[in-house]
Ligand binder design. Structure first.
Ligand SMILES: Nc1nc2c(ncn2[C@@H]2O[C@H](COP(=O)(O)OP(=O)(O)OP(=O)(O)O)[C@@H](O)[C@H]2O)c(=O)[nH]1
Ligand SMILES: [Mg+2]
Length: 193
């Protein structure tokens, strides 16, 4: 188990902690498994609260790892009912976040491996590719796909985001089967630990 502590929850961009530490940021649609990803990677049971109801994480939650770097769980956009206005507001906030935080070292963008990237995913990818922040796309919940469909999921993602490459900045992952955990963990280890 890695030394990880809850640090702070913020409900607006004004109350963010000073960006003293390097940050790893989790983003993606609501319910895609961001909070579970944190628990899985750091080998903790439920430090990041998860829920089968979309919209569990409503605040920006900071976790401090080894007293050295932040892991940041961004709220996802609830996928059931959202208006164009909701999406625009959410997208502005996310953009603001990425542009204003100086110490973001890496962003994980989680996508549901079972579906084509959604409009929200395309939006996130656009925002990220306009910044200089390194980011990794995670095809999550791969346990829900039969192995024979894994290549299809990878290829469809790469078709939509041709600037990315598998094994470099695209990985498959599952919090259930732990596929991909070692690969991601070793990336983090090289960067931070
Ligand atoms: N099968 C499967 N289920 C998963 C996986 N990761 C998360 N889940 C489930 O998906 C649901 C949502 O997980 P969360 O980790 O709460 O998702 P989130 O992205 O943090 O959601 P919000 O906080 O609402 O944005 C929960 O029921 C999890 O148990 C996975 O890899 N495989
Ligand atoms: Mg969450």
């Amino acid at each position: 188990m890695i030394d990880i502590k809850f640090y702070k929850s913020c409900f607006d961009l004004q109350s963010l902690p000073k960006s003293l530490n390097k940050e790893i940021v989790l983003c993606g649609r609501s319910n895609v498994g961001k909070s579970s990803f944190i628990n899985t990677i750091f080998g903790v049971k439920n430090i990041a609260k998860t829920s089968s109801t979309p919209g569990k994480t409503r605040s920006i939650n900071y976790y401090l790892v080894k007293d050295k770097f932040f892991v940041v769980d961004l709220p996802g956009l609830g996928y059931a009912k959202f208006s164009k206005e909701d999406r625009e507001k959410w997208s502005r906030n996310i953009k603001n976040y990425f542009q204003s935080r100086e110490n973001i070292a890496l962003v994980f963008h989680l996508i549901d491996a079972r579906h084509l990237p959604t409009i929200i995913d395309i939006e996130i990818n656009n925002i990220l590719s306009e910044t200089n922040i390194p980011y990794i796309v995670i095809l999550n919940k791969i346990d829900k796909l039969k192995r024979t469909f894994w290549n299809k999921a990878k290829n469809e993602t790469l078709k939509m985001f041709p600037n990315l490459s598998f094994g470099d900045n695209v990985f498959i992952f599952s919090s259930i089967s732990k596929v991909g955990k070692m690969e991601i963990f070793s990336i983090l280890q090289k960067l931070f630990m």
